[in-house]
Write a protein that binds this ligand. Structure first.
Ligand code: MG
Length: 454
């Protein structure tokens, strides 16, 4: 009889290490309105991001990674539910939640935090929430043991006498927005001192990692920046070549460095999956405070590539081989991936829209071909399948004229034409038919639910 397994189990117990302790930690760092072209490792010539560049060099950098939606609220709903936002009622022509909105992420939604809690994880939300301020929708109601940050965007609750253009100013007034800073549901500062937010978020994140080093944990770190109005702490202000926008991104990069350093110091790096991404593309109409989508077309609010294709980096040294992948993936994939790593069961009777990324992350295998849907509000404006993308409707970002319908749809090959300049619809009717079929199949799984944003 082999007694070794029993012996190991006994030793693990004596050392205080249960099975739960070896489950991988999950850290998602989500920036706000960061563009595809805003990091050094994605080609920015003007913003210095040495920590993210190192993370990318040590990990897997995605060339084709997508946010779940074209604006904040539905994108965050998609990330935390693993489903397109219209399934939870978190997508609408009104686009995002406002301070006066009555709705929020429904309590019945099983967030990633709630799923991981059942698998023994400690959970924390740090940064922007934007999924509801009413009971049932707040971070502490949606599976997070701890929460520190803003309930919504930093440009909301504007002072009544604030000039319209203050939000996009290179030097916005510190008291222009009355957004509160909350700690575990209590307002601790109002208006939130925005210039030190990134630093304070980071301190909380590092403290959480230190405190939970023996438990598996899930940290959802959703930065406030680089969303306008743009602020940076004195250590970063005026230091970048790209104005205050570049300063804010360079401070965010510093923050990522601090989080990864804390993981290394606690010997957790090899057992922690860290994913960095952005909730949508750059807010181009904010001019110099708006960032860049690089070679991609348009930005935030739009379903052109620049609105939804964002930086995506996965890091787990020793487990994820360094490299660059052109495989398509999205934040929708993080839910099933995290659950598989945690050994947690998916929520009952709830279709997830993503795919488990483990074969790609850990074995460099190709993922099966699957469609990706570009929603604008409740409508599918475009769909990608393989290298092909069809647009049924197009519209620019915020403030642009109304949508233009395309019949037949526009069709682009994203390998040959990543900037979506030359539609080739007439040459590929069979591709269009496959994409239209994928949209029909998807729509057949979508049920009507109460709308939360109207
Ligand atoms: Mg955003």
């Amino acid at each position: 009889m082999n007694l070794l397994p029993t012996l190991f189990a006994l030793m693990a117990l004596l050392c205080g290490k249960s099975n739960a302790a070896v489950k991988p930690n999950i850290v998602i760092i989500y920036s706000d309105d960061l563009g595809y072209g805003d990091l050094g490792c994605y080609g920015s010539p003007v913003i210095r991001t040495p920590h993210l560049d190192r993370m990318a060099a040590e990990g897997l950098r995605f060339t084709d990674f997508y946010s779940g939606a074209e604006v904040c609220t539905p994108s965050r709903a998609a990330l935390l539910t693993g489903r397109y936002a219209l399934r939870s009622g978190m997508a609408s022509p009104r686009r995002v939640l406002f301070p006066e909105s009555k709705g929020g992420l429904p309590p019945a939604e099983v967030t990633l935090a709630e799923s991981l809690i059942t698998a023994g994880y400690a959970t924390a939300h740090i940064g922007k929430w934007h999924l509801g301020i009413h009971e049932g929708s707040r971070p502490q109601d949606q599976g997070f043991d701890e929460t520190f940050g803003l309930p919504y965007s930093n440009d909301m609750d504007a002072r009544a006498d604030l000039p319209k253009d203050a939000v996009g100013s290179p030097n916005p007034p510190a008291d222009g927005w009355n957004v509160p800073l909350l700690h575990n549901g209590k307002i601790i500062e109002q208006p939130a001192g925005q210039s030190t937010l990134t630093r304070r978020y980071t301190e909380h994140a590092v403290n959480f990692i230190r405190a939970k080093k023996d438990a598996p944990f899930f940290l959802y770190f959703a930065h406030t920046f680089p969303h306008v109005p743009m602020f940076a702490s004195p250590a970063f202000k005026g230091k970048s070549r790209a104005g205050i926008y570049g300063d804010a991104v360079e401070e965010l990069d510093w923050s990522v460095g601090e989080v990864l350093a804390a993981l290394r110091t606690q010997n957790l790096a090899e057992n922690t999956l860290v994913v960095f991404s952005s909730d949508n593309g750059p807010w181009l109409t904010m001019g110099n405070q708006g960032g860049s989508a690089g070679l991609l077309k348009d930005g935030k609010g739009s379903t052109w590539e620049g609105g939804m294709r964002v930086p995506g980096i996965a890091w787990m040294p020793g487990k994820i081989a360094p490299g660059v992948t052109t495989q398509m993936a999205s934040v929708l994939d993080l839910y099933p991936t995290a659950l598989a790593l945690a050994g947690a069961s998916p929520p009952k009777d709830t279709p997830l829209d993503g795919t488990d990324l483990r074969p790609l992350l850990f074995e460099q295998k190709s993922l099966p071909e699957r469609p990706f849907f570009y929603y604008r509000g409740k409508q599918i404006f475009a769909c990608r399948l393989g290298e092909w993308k069809a647009h049924f409707q197009t519209q620019g970002g915020f403030g642009s004229p109304k949508a233009e319908a395309h019949e037949p749809p526009l069709l682009f090959h994203l390998g040959l034409d990543p900037s979506e300049k030359r539609s080739v619809t007439a040459d590929h009717p069979e591709v269009l038919a496959r994409i239209q079929k994928a949209v029909e199949t998807h729509m057949a799984t979508v049920n009507a639910v109460p709308q939360q944003l109207d």
